[in-house]
Write a protein that binds this ligand. Structure first.
Ligand SMILES: Nc1ncnc2c1ncn2[C@@H]1O[C@H](COP(=O)(O)OP(=O)(O)O)[C@@H](O)[C@H]1O
Ligand SMILES: [Mg+2]
Ligand SMILES: [Zn+2]
Length: 506
């Protein structure tokens, strides 16, 4: 007697269809799971057996063997519970085998027979549909999320008994319902982004933010406490365009796996904003966890903004780890059973006080730090990290009573959108879409000589390094896009260099 069905396991945000097969033999009653390297799947055995018994269904008094294949896939978590129960019930003739075989089953079982929501439903259902299995059975609480996948034919159940009844078993009775569990929402993605109209004065900092948005440039803001750095950074997503469809799907899948997706809002289209605190664990920021490698803030920021407020306060290890995603757009998390990859392409915004006491600016302000302490403070941000940050500006406090209220995010966003459109069509034949991603070689070959000479002159005077010159050219292209001209002029390069007011010689 054999019962068959299918389920999905995830590696990172990619789903893989797996076969679940139950064999029943007339022998001493036992229950063995095969193809399960992970301890959590052994717990599945106890949950599945208890769930069947709690549903007024009799567990078969046979030797039960369930095989999950391919065995090579690292399976972890509880998402395969429902499929295991369905395969066993089909093998025992408790439900119609054809019904079991027809659908992909996703869901965790409670000991009481409830079907509990799981993380990662979106990429799992996408994998099922892509593999030609559009019929999926999911936990009731995951229905909204499963329904986001075009082409999926979704059945939602909240108990094993309900599913057994649906598959032709007349004895199945759900036990009394407890409160249904919902996935945790550690940091729900920002939906109400504050408006730039709240920021008074600060023309330079606002301009830097607009340029960052238009070119996708990483941004560092340095200034004393209360200058408005946090306020400005949190308004960046509000002036960014919607995510491209590929990014939107990847971002939604990541939040699905992280358990931070509100599926009632549909697919994520607005760029996410993640602002982990410097005291958060490395696993929370970068990704990881004891058993399952979960996406961290840097992956939840995929397609949007990662904001590190008071950046020098972050552990050096965390700051160092950022170099990999900044380079490759993904993070590889190493775990006992293998490596998990998550996308992590984000726009980085760093805010920092100028020194440990926070008051060093202008001619020293009221700073009480030693020059040594000041240098050490910034050294934590390390050259390789700062090297990737095209825009580095000082933000000084304004006398707000005298400053005019600012332009709204909507009108800034309009200029940003036009600049991005111009950049995208210029680079339609290249793998990059925004200035921040343009390789140095392209910059050197295509920036008009008259414009580039401004940067070269600064290099000759020792005021700019070769890398600094590339960064200035990159930003100059963004400024040209904002000015709606085809190529940067010398004036754009000069202004680009001013957006590195902290540069010095690098
Ligand atoms: N330019 C500004 N316009 C309006 N309010 C401001 C401005 N700068 C600062 N504030 C106010 O001061 C508070 C502190 O600003 P914040 O962004 O936290 O400063 P920082 O991050 O530089 O320490 C904000 O909550 C805001 O109310
Ligand atoms: Mg702040
Ligand atoms: Zn100081």
């Amino acid at each position: 007697m054999i019962g068959r069905t299918r389920s999905v396991v995830l590696t990172g945000v990619r789903g893989h269809l797996i076969d679940v097969e139950a064999h029943l033999a007339a022998s001493l009653p036992t229950f063995t799971l095969v193809g399960l390297p992970d301890a959590s799947l052994h717990e599945a055995r106890d949950r599945v057996r208890a769930a069947v018994a709690s549903s007024s269904l009799a567990w078969p008094q046979r030797r039960v063997t369930v095989n999950l294949s391919p065995a090579s896939l690292p399976k972890s978590g509880s998402v395969t519970d429902l499929a295991i129960a369905v395969a066993v019930m089909a093998a025992a003739g408790m439900i119609a085998p054809a019904s079991a075989a027809r659908s992909v089953h996703l869901g965790e079982l409670g000991l009481d027979g409830q079907v509990r929501p799981v993380r990662g439903i979106l990429p799992s259902v996408i994998a099922a549909v892509d593999a030609g299995c559009p019929h999926v059975v999911v936990p009731q609480a995951n229905l909204d999320e499963a329904a986001l996948v075009p082409g999926a034919e979704v059945t939602a159940v909240d108990s094993l008994a309900q599913l057994a009844a649906l598959y032709g078993n007349d004895d199945a009775r759900p036990t009394a319902r407890g409160p249904s569990a919902t996935p945790s929402t550690e940091s729900a993605p920002e939906t109400n982004v504050p408006d730039l109209a709240d920021v008074r004065g600060q023309p330079e900092a606002r301009w830097a933010l607009e340029v960052a948005a238009a070119g996708g440039h990483h941004l560092l803001m340095v200034g004393p406490p209360g200058a408005g750095k946090t306020m400005l950074a949190s308004r960046l997503p509000g002036v960014l365009p919607d995510m491209a469809p590929g990014d939107a799907l990847a971002a939604t899948s990541i939040h699905s796996v992280a358990g931070t997706l509100d599926a009632s809002m549909g697919l994520l289209t607005r760029p996410p904003f993640e602002a982990p605190h410097h005291s958060a664990s490395a696993a929370a920021i970068v990704g990881g966890g004891a058993r399952l490698a979960r996406p961290g803030a840097i992956s939840r920021a995929h397609g949007g903004v990662l904001f590190l407020d008071e950046a020098p306060e972050f552990p050096t290890g965390v700051l160092q780890t950022l170099r990999q995603p900044l380079e490759s757009g993904e993070i590889v998390l190493h775990r006992a059973y293998g490596a998990t990859r998550y996308p992590a392409r984000f726009q980085l915004v760093l805010a920092a006080n100028p020194c440990p006491c926070g008051h060093y600016f202008g001619r020293g302000g009221d700073c009480s730090c030693t020059p040594m302490a000041r240098r050490r403070y910034f050294a934590r941000l390390s050259g390789p990290l700062l090297d990737r940050i095209d825009l580095q500006v000082d933000v000084l406090p304004v006398r707000r009573a005298q400053a005019a209220p600012g332009e709204s995010s909507a009108s800034v966003a309009e200029r940003v959108r036009e600049a991005r459109d111009r950049a995208r069509s210029r680079w339609a034949d290249f793998p990059w879409t925004a200035s921040a991603q343009v390789p140095s070689r392209w910059l050197r070959e295509h920036t008009p000589r008259s414009a580039a000479s401004v940067a070269h002159a600064a290099m000759e005077r020792g005021r700019l390094s070769a890398r600094g010159a590339d960064r200035a050219l990159r930003v100059a292209w963004t400024l040209a896009d904002l000015d709606a001209v085809a190529v940067p002029a010398s004036d754009h390069v000069a202004r680009a260099m001013m957006l590195r007011s902290r540069d010095g010689v690098q």
